[in-house]
Design a protein. Structure first.
Ligand SMILES: Cc1cc2nc3c(=O)[nH]c(=O)nc-3n(C[C@H](O)[C@H](O)[C@H](O)COP(=O)(O)OP(=O)(O)OC[C@H]3O[C@@H](n4cnc5c(N)ncnc54)[C@H](O)[C@@H]3O)c2cc1C
Length: 387
């Protein structure tokens, strides 16, 4: 079994001063009140053009983001690769509304894919459909509402952008992960992803859709997808996550007085996550899995499932994935044992990465529980180094 307590391996890329800095950063975000205040204050200050960029950059940004552009990520990519941890460049842009912004994002995504061409250190790329399309349009498509003629054209442009990105990745032989987002726009995202999977996954998995197992309906959806892929004969790529929008989902359901799409309890989510992992591992003949999780138990269960089925540790159809700056004890120890590991490495200007950084800070507050684990591991390593 993999030793996830091996902190020397987990923090092998961190100097003593970087380790101390990470300690203070996690201590800072452990305070929910401070994170709440930071969320409001940072957005407000940046919108006013106040000089807080340096502060954001030297704290959360440095911990969770690779750089302002692709080239700035280079040294991090090399450093991770030295320890067999691969990465995917995540152009972290959200909440845009203008067509020119969507085109610009598409062009950057295409450049990112071309940058990854023939680089063993970068086996995947990723994108969010909300970086390429208006949220309200995705909502309308998801609800199956009739589009007017200008919206029809707009939707056609979205489909073209997605196809251009996937086609470029197919041409340079790089896999593409399509992130999952809010449930009320997910039907549109699923539709796009399913079309791309059918088009580009004939010979092998190039395109992966993401399934959030905190949704009550995703295990059934997964089973249908697996069945379809087997029946028609294309390869199914699935990234499994638990889901990042729980509070928002519950608030919306309560406001609209409808049943929440989210599981009632955490154990329900955990159960479906693990069942989903097993279902894919049992149907790998025409499929592939990226397990996007910081949950140690889920990683252990996937390791065990691979062992039980006699899969090689580095079977190219199974990947573990974590976010840059989080759960290095999982990533580096799995990679050391020979498993496939890929880290999401976000990049982008400080202002544009703010929504991503706020989500990371919120996820790492004491309330969310992940911080104490990160802090314990950092403290253990600091004491091992005598710091
Ligand atoms: C590589 C990677 C890619 C990701 N991509 C996406 C993506 O495309 N879309 C997306 O939405 N998220 C994505 N995430 C985030 C992910 O969905 C989770 O929010 C995050 O990873 C925490 O879940 P966990 O499996 O790491 O572990 P844990 O810390 O064990 O689980 C926390 C998660 O459990 C669920 N949960 C917590 N409390 C409850 C409760 N009371 N009832 C029901 N469920 C509960 C929530 O989903 C919560 O985020 C990604 C994460 C990683 C590591």
């Amino acid at each position: 079994m993999v030793n996830f307590e091996d902190t020397a391996t987990a923090f092998i890329t961190k100097s003593n001063s970087q380790l101390k800095k990470a300690y203070y950063m996690f201590k800072l975000v452990a305070n929910p009140g401070l994170v709440k205040f930071g969320k409001k204050a940072s957005a407000f200050s940046l919108s006013l053009g106040l000089p807080i960029k340096g502060l954001v950059k030297s704290t959360v940004y440095d911990q969770f983001v690779g750089g302002e552009n692709i080239l700035e990520c280079d040294s991090t990519i090399d450093q991770l690769n030295e320890h067999n941890v691969k990465c995917l460049l995540d152009y972290s842009i959200e909440g845009k509304v203008k067509e020119e912004d969507f085109e610009n994002t598409k062009n950057i995504l295409i450049k990112t894919i071309q940058y990854g061409k023939n680089k063993e250190a970068i086996p995947f790329t990723v994108f969010k459909v909300t970086g390429l399309a208006r949220f309200a349009l995705l909502e309308k498509v998801s609800a199956n509402k009739a589009l007017n003629s200008s919206e029809e054209k707009e939707w056609f442009r979205v489909q073209k952008r997605v196809e251009q990105i996937c086609q470029t990745a197919f041409n340079v032989d790089l896999a593409v992960l399509i992130d999952a987002e809010e449930s009320w726009i997910q039907n549109a995202i699923d539709g796009l992803a399913e079309n791309m999977i059918r088009k580009f996954n004939e010979e092998k998995v190039v395109i992966y859709n993401t399934l959030q197992m905190y949704r009550k309906d995703r295990l059934d959806y997964l089973k249908i997808q697996v069945e379809e892929a087997n029946k028609i004969g294309y390869h199914l790529g699935v990234k499994l996550v638990r889901g990042a929008y729980m509070e928002k989902e519950r608030e919306r359901a309560a406001k609209n007085n409808v049943d929440s799409p989210i599981q009632e309890t955490k154990p329900d989510t955990d159960q479906d996550y693990d069942a989903g992992v097993n279902h894919i591992v049992n149907h790998l003949r025409l499929g592939a899995l990226v397990a996007g999780t910081h949950n140690e138990e889920s990683c252990k269960k996937l390791v065990q499932a691979m062992l039980d089925r006699g899969l090689a540790k580095n079977d190219e159809r199974v990947w573990f994935s974590q976010l840059f700056g989080m759960s290095d004890n999982l990533s580096f120890n799995l990679a050391k044992e020979g498993y496939n590991v890929v880290k999401y490495l976000p990049f982008g200007p400080v202002k544009e990465t703010l929504p991503y950084l706020i989500r990371r800070a919120e996820e790492n507050t004491a309330a969310a529980g992940q911080t104490s684990r990160e802090l314990d591991l950092i403290k253990k390593e600091m004491s091992r180094r005598g710091l």
